[in-house]
Write a protein that binds this ligand. Structure first.
Ligand code: AKG
Ligand code: FE2
Length: 272
């Protein structure tokens, strides 16, 4: 397998596709999803609004709900990630004395979320019933598991360590992450071949595994399995994807990079 298999939710999956998906969930914990409408929503406004937001003065960003400043997010509690981000629909983000994100930006995020809502049930029934043949309910624990959206902004001008990576190898929590990126044949995203190492933790896997590049191809997004899915179903069915974003160095093109994650894609966010 030298690329991740892809599914189109608008058609019934044939047995060959199902078997490729099962294999990919064990080997990489990831697959691709045909989703022109999600890509269109990002290209048609959200990425522009995100770039405008991240250009705002620090003082304003710091006071905005859900904002995480450059290098403040940590991997495994220790390693700072050289990116900025803003999260939407997360509990407890609407702190006193803070301000809402610009209305236009919020509108674009909301529009993307409304589009995603239409595919969510179909994705879950395909993955859990047809592919994983699971009867374990994966929704319905909203205290642990609620959906949020995060926009990541990586700026190569701000890389502290030359040749460093944008994001170290890590696993996401939750069941599934939907990752939407701007089209780019090599934007640095890579997923580990989990069958190429005995290591289980993301740091060990990151050191030892071979990694597969995942191009950000037109009309498609990537679905990553998270630690919660692995816990619920067991490693024999699905592994949590270990992924990283290799820094700009010589390896890929982008000077800055915007990505959108739908995290813990599982249950609807709590009402605003
Ligand atoms: O920016 C990306 O492509 C990956 C982001 C990511 O892995 C994360 O935010 O958890
Ligand atoms: Fe991640």
């Amino acid at each position: 397998m030298d690329s991740l298999p892809i599914i189109d939710l608008s058609i019934k999956q044939n047995p060959a596709t199902i078997s490729r998906l099962r294999q990919a969930l064990r080997k990489y914990g990831a697959f691709r999803l045909w989703a022109p409408e999600l890509k269109q929503a990002v290209a048609g406004g959200l990425s522009r609004d995100a770039r405008n937001f991240f250009q705002l003065p620090n003082g304003i960003k710091q006071r905005t709900w859900g904002y995480a400043g450059f290098g403040t997010e940590l991997i495994r509690g220790t390693t700072p990630i050289p990116k900025e981000g803003i999260n939407f629909f997360r509990k407890n983000d609407q702190r006193d004395g803070h301000i809402a994100p610009p209305a236009e930006f919020f509108g674009s995020v909301k529009a993307l979320h409304d589009i995603w809502k239409h595919s969510r049930d179909q994705l879950f029934s395909t993955v859990f019933c047809d592919v994983l043949e699971s009867e374990i309910p994966l929704t319905g624990t909203p205290v642990l598991d609620y959906e949020s959206m995060g926009i990541q902004y990586y700026n190569s001008q701000r890389m502290i360590v030359e040749g460093g990576d944008y994001s170290p190898p890590h696993m996401d929590g939750g069941t599934l992450t939907i990752l939407i990126r701007e089209d780019d044949a090599d934007d640095g995203l890579e997923v580990a071949d989990l069958e190429s190492t005995e290591e289980l933790g993301s740091d060990g896997v990151g050191r030892e595994a071979s990694f597969l590049r995942v191009p950000a191809a037109p009309n498609e997004v990537v679905v990553l399995a998270g630690t919660r899915l692995q816990r619920l179903l067991g490693r024999t069915k699905a592994r949590a994807c270990v992924h990283r974003v290799v820094g700009p160095g010589q390896k890929h093109s982008a000077e800055d990079r915007v990505s959108v994650g739908i995290f813990r894609a599982c249950v609807p966010p709590p009402p605003a």
